[in-house]
Design a protein around this ligand. Structure first.
Ligand SMILES: Cc1cc2nc3c(=O)[nH]c(=O)nc-3n(C[C@H](O)[C@H](O)[C@H](O)COP(=O)(O)OP(=O)(O)OC[C@H]3O[C@@H](n4cnc5c(N)ncnc54)[C@H](O)[C@@H]3O)c2cc1C
Ligand code: FES
Length: 271
C-alpha cells in the first residue's frame, strides 16, 4: 500500500493562466514518471505539505503531462500557485477514461461545461490523430464568461481540422459577439446522426443531466452518452470508500460512466 500511495516527484516546466482562477501546468517527471495514460483518466496531484486532489490529465507528450486546475479551495489554490521550477507529487494514472476506441465508426459529440473541457481535450487530440476512424466531430463548449473559456488559442486549429466548434457563455462582455446561454442550447445546432453518435459530456452534474436530456430529445440513447463523474477522493485506488456513488467507486469504476448507469445514480440526492 505504501508504494501505491507514494507520489512521484514532478517539476512544473510551464504554467499558463487560462482564466482568472484557472491555470494549466505542464509537469515533467524528476525521475520515474507515471507512464502511459488514456483520455479521461486522472492523477492524484499533491501539493507538498498542503494535500492531494484528483485532477484530470488535460494533455501531454513524451512523458510530460498537462493538468488544468481551477482554484476552488486550499489544495487547488496551492497547485495553481506553483510556479515554473516548483515541485508537485503525482500518483496515477487512475480510473476508466472515455475509451474513444469503442466509439470508432460513430459521429463524436463532445459537450463541455467550464473546467469540463480539460478531460475532454485529450479525446479531441486522440480523435483528430485518427480522423478517418470517426464520422463528424462536434465540440460544444460553455463557460461562465468569455474570459473563462479554456484553450481559446487552440480553437482555430480544431476548426481547421474539421471540428464543428460551437461556443456559448452564460454572461457576455462588451467584446463578445457569440452565443449567450447554457451549453445545452447548442445541442440543436450540432451536426450528428443521433442513431450513430457517441457523446462525451463533462461539466457540473446539472449540466450533464440537462445535456443527456437534450440529447435524448434528439434521439441519442442514454447508453450512447458517457459522463465524467466527480466525487471527493482520498486514496484514488478503491481502498477508502470516499468516492462511493451507489454501487460504484468513482476512482475505480469511473470517472467516466455510461449515462444509462450514471443517470439513475445522479438523480438520487443521498448517493
Ligand atoms: C476524477 C476527477 C477529476 C477532476 N479533474 C479536475 C480538473 O481537471 N481540474 C480541476 O480544477 N478540478 C478537477 N477536479 C475537481 C478537484 O478535484 C476539486 O476541485 C478539488 O478536489 C478541490 O479541492 P480543494 O482542496 O482545492 O478545495 P476544497 O477545500 O475541497 O473545496 C473548497 C470549496 O470549493 C467547493 N468545490 C470543491 N470542488 C469544487 C469544484 N470542482 N467546483 C466548484 N467548487 C468546488 C467545495 O464545495 C468547497 O466549498 C476533479 C475531480 C475528480 C473527482
Ligand atoms: S478515493 Fe478511495 S475508494 Fe475511491
Amino acid at each position: 500500500m505504501t508504494d501505491l500511495m507514494l507520489p512521484l516527484p514532478y517539476r512544473v516546466t510551464a504554467r499558463r493562466l487560462e482564466a482568472t482562477d484557472t491555470v494549466t501546468l505542464t509537469l515533467a517527471p524528476v525521475g520515474e514518471g507515471i507512464g502511459t495514460w488514456e483520455p479521461g483518466q486522472f492523477t492524484m496531484l499533491y501539493g507538498f505539505g498542503v494535500g492531494e486532489v484528483p485532477i484530470s490529465i488535460s494533455g501531454g507528450d513524451g512523458g510530460r503531462i498537462h493538468h488544468t486546475v481551477r482554484d476552488v479551495g486550499a489544495v487547488s489554490h496551492a497547485l495553481c500557485g506553483t510556479g515554473v521550477g516548483g515541485r508537485l507529487g503525482v500518483r496515477g494514472p487512475y480510473g476508466h477514461g472515455w475509451d474513444p476506441d469503442s466509439a470508432e465508426g460513430n459521429d463524436l459529440l463532445l459537450v463541455a461545461g467550464g473546467i469540463g473541457l480539460a478531460p475532454l481535450r485529450p479525446v479531441l487530440t486522440w480523435a483528430l490523430a485518427r480522423r478517418e476512424r470517426y464520422g463528424r466531430i462536434a465540440l460544444l463548449v460553455g463557460a461562465r464568461t468569455p474570459a473563462d473559456l479554456l484553450y481559446p488559442r487552440e480553437y482555430p486549429a480544431w476548426r481547421a481540422a474539421g471540428v464543428q466548434l460551437l461556443v456559448t457563455v452564460d454572461r457576455a462582455d462588451a467584446g463578445w459577439g457569440g452565443h449567450v446561454g447554457v451549453v445545452t442550447t447548442l445541442v440543436d445546432q450540432a451536426d450528428f446522426a443521433p442513431d450513430n453518435t457517441v457523446a462525451f459530456v463533462c461539466g457540473p452534474e446539472p449540466m450533464m443531466r440537462f445535456t443527456a436530456r437534450a440529447l435524448g430529445a434528439r434521439g441519442v440513447p442514454d447508453r450512447a452518452v458517457r459522463v465524467s463523474l466527480e466525487r471527493n477522493m482520498r486514496c484514488g485506488i478503491a481502498l477508502c470508500g470516499h468516492c462511493q456513488l451507489g454501487p460504484l467507486l468513482v476512482c475505480r469504476d469511473g470517472p467516466v460512466a455510461s449515462y444509462d448507469v450514471a443517470g439513475q445514480l445522479l438523480d438520487v440526492k443521498e448517493l
